[in-house]
Design a protein around this ligand. Structure first.
Ligand code: BTN
Length: 238
């Protein structure tokens, strides 16, 4: 079911309510406390974009496989944009980019079941759809409208995304981790392209993304070889 709200603090908070079950989508026209990664806020013009959370029953998934759930969501977004003629890429770990600009942010949280399994996951997703002017402090935003010059029916975009997500989720449900990993690999932003990266202490270095491991670690190659980086251990210099 789709649940539409005019205003919420964050769809992530609302979707945590146990009354929502697998496949339910909580959508807000406006979030008063939209959350982004790394404790940042998510800025989105009310009524122009899509800000929503999808509840997924991930009780069949081992907790150490949780990155597969993120891959599933990211690939569904890439599939969505492909249907609109946009060549989107997945910027590690969970941004969707068109060119060098961010078009979607994803924040996924999981609750644990027993025996090392997940119970359910909430995928909070912000898709920039019709917004053309963005806050100055945002580093590199874009939207479907900015990329194509067209305006989009947001409900149709959401319904198409939902179809893409359920198709990819079925692959996850039947244990198609290798297929997801393979498709994810082919859509990685900056794959095999030398570029600049930054360490938490501010040091910049040139490296080449060679992939993302099944646990979600970024594989960066420098002249010293390939090294694995976990979330927050390295960031992209755009
Ligand atoms: C990011 O920083 O890239 C993640 C952004 C996630 C934004 C979405 S909008 C819907 C859901 N509700 C939130 O408060 N955040 C996510």
């Amino acid at each position: 079911m789709f649940y539409y709200f005019n205003e919420l603090t964050s769809t992530i908070d609302e979707a945590k309510d146990e009354k929502y079950i697998h496949g339910d989508v909580v959508v807000a026209e406006r979030q008063t406390a939209g959350r982004g990664q790394r404790g940042k806020k998510w800025s989105s013009a009310a009524g122009e974009n899509l800000t929503f959370s999808v509840v997924l029953d991930t009780s069949f998934l081992r907790a150490d496989r949780q990155f597969s759930a993120l891959q599933t969501v990211a690939l569904a977004l890439v599939d969505l944009f492909s249907g609109y003629g946009l060549d989107a890429r997945i910027k590690w770990t969970n941004d969707i980019y068109v060119g060098d600009r961010k078009i979607v942010g994803v924040l996924i949280d999981h609750s644990l079941g027993s025996g090392g399994m997940l119970a359910r996951s909430g995928a909070g997703i912000g898709i920039n759809v019709n917004q053309r002017a963005f806050d100055e402090w945002l580093p590199n935003p874009t939207s479907m409208a900015r990329e194509t010059g067209l305006d989009y029916d947001r409900r149709e975009v959401l319904e198409r995304f939902y179809g893409c997500l359920m198709a990819r989720f079925e692959t996850l449900r039947v244990g198609g981790h290798d297929a997801l990993q393979c498709d994810y690999h082919s859509k990685i932003y900056r794959l095999d392209t030398p570029a600049l990266y930054a360490l938490p202490d501010g040091t910049h270095f040139t490296a080449t993304v060679r992939g993302v491991g099944p646990g979600g670690e970024l594989l960066l190659e420098t002249s010293g070889g390939i090294k694995k980086y976990l979330y927050r251990e390295v960031s992209f210099v755009i």
